[in-house]
Design a protein around this ligand. Structure first.
Ligand SMILES: [Zn+2]
Length: 431
């Protein structure tokens, strides 16, 4: 008897799940942005079945009976945006004190509670996928957040996580030199010395759920007499190449915080997929990024956001980066460096716009559609998710957003996303 009840219950659960999975929604779009061509298609209907896009048909030929209909005829519809550089477990750190306070005064559970809000904020901002690049001392809490989102315990974007991040001993906050030497300060990442420890760190992080490995390839940036930039490389060649080798053998990808040639060239040599920041890259870096197909996440707004505060605290380097950036960005794009949208939000306050980098990119010479492509098809390519996200097409995940007006004419509209669907589920409705 018990078995029969259990069987019936299983059958019921199976049926209800498959019903939910097969539910169809028609979304009537005023304008639908074809993300590859940049063309605006009018009067289109997207049919969503379960969590996937089933088809796109013209409103005139739309006859299908669906479970529900969403009317976005007054809006422009485009794929959910992708931010390839976030820190959901950080809440802004202009100065090193801001950073240390979060690590020292907030427990990991408290930081995770704040991160729940950051995840939700990202989704409300229209960013339906994020690559979170390091928990900054919050252990493997990013793996938990991803799990909680995937299990429906909380709202948030699709997450690709990199867990602890890796640097070499003595080269990252919290810095022992800033505190009483007899205290053992916690670190914002995993420190290694030597190739064996490097390999061990990669293996441990992947075992705990890292989708990506993040390294910090250089530090101590300075301006040279000829107007260029240099820095101190963090890893020996043996260390960084051991990391690259372990990452490749696990079929994972590597992202490097690298600002000048000292970090960038070493990271490229180790097989990195994306250079983060790269404010001080030179012609050789640009040339190698093009030939090795390495993406650049330029994180423009965060640099502008912290520049003044850091200059006031005695470190003007971010101000210099901001000055040389427009020319560098143009040069890199013209040379063929591929750009993936990455903000470093969390490095600046989550209350600030996540879509601000679009405006800078347009100001630096990209057309609005090219800027939008950095956060859709380019980002999907970097994440190895082409055809699944960053595009609305039959078979892609139903990650869809809508704005009022035409973002290919007015890029700032992406700061005001009105409607969000992630994985076929409505996350933000028109107010
Ligand atoms: Zn970062």
């Amino acid at each position: 008897m018990k078995k029969i009840i259990l069987l019936n219950l299983c059958l019921y659960l199976l049926l209800s799940v498959s019903f939910a999975q097969n539910k169809t929604i028609a979304i009537k779009c005023g304008q639908l942005l074809d993300i590859r061509s940049g063309q605006m298609l009018v009067n289109q209907v997207i049919i969503v079945k379960g969590n996937l896009v089933e088809s796109i048909v013209s409103a005139a030929s739309f006859k299908q009976k669906t479970d529900s209909l969403i009317d976005l005829s007054g809006y422009t519809v485009l794929p959910g945006l992708i931010d390839c550089h976030t820190h959901v477990l950080l809440q802004g750190d202009i100065t090193s004190e801001d950073y240390d306070v979060q690590i020292l005064k907030e427990s990991v559970p408290y930081r995770t509670i704040r991160a729940v809000r950051s995840c939700r904020q990202s989704l409300m901002n229209g960013f339906t996928t994020i690559r979170d690049l390091g928990t900054e001392g919050a252990g493997y809490a990013d793996v938990d957040l991803k799990k909680a989102i995937n299990n429906g315990e909380m709202e948030g974007p699709r997450m690709f996580v990199s867990t602890l991040a890796i640097n070499t001993t003595g080269h990252y906050a919290i810095r022992a030199s800033e505190y009483a030497w007899e205290l053992k300060m916690p670190k914002g990442l995993q420190e290694i010395t030597g190739a064996d420890e490097a390999r061990k760190a990669v293996r441990e992080q992947i075992e705990h759920g890292a989708d990506w490995i993040k390294i910090y390839a250089d530090r101590g940036y300075y301006k040279t007499a000829d107007g260029g930039y240099r820095s101190l490389p963090n890893f020996t060649a043996e260390e960084i190449n051991a990391i690259g080798d372990e990452v490749a053998r696990s079929r994972k990808k590597l992202a490097a915080h690298a600002v000048t040639r000292d970090g960038i060239l070493a990271a490229i040599n180790a097989g990195v997929s994306s250079i983060e920041h790269g404010f001080g890259m030179d012609d050789e870096c640009i040339r190698q990024m093009v030939t090795k197909n390495v993406y650049w996440c330029p994180t423009i707004y965060v640099n502008a956001f912290v520049a003044e505060g850091r200059a006031n605290a005695g470190s003007p380097i971010n101000k210099y980066f901001a000055q040389s950036e427009p020319e560098l960005f143009k040069k890199a794009v013209n040379a063929g460096v591929k750009i993936a949208y990455g903000t470093d939000i969390g490095g600046y306050d989550w209350k600030e716009p996540q879509a601000k980098d679009f405006e800078y990119m347009v100001q630096y010479g990209l057309s609005p559609i090219q800027a939008i492509q950095t956060a859709t098809i380019n980002a999907a390519d970097l994440l190895g998710q082409t055809d699944k996200i960053g595009e609305i097409k039959p078979g892609s995940f139903a990650d869809i957003i809508a704005v009022k007006g035409d973002p290919t004419k007015e890029i700032k509209l992406l700061e005001d996303v009105k409607w969000v669907m992630k994985n076929g589920k409505l996350s933000k409705n028109i107010q």
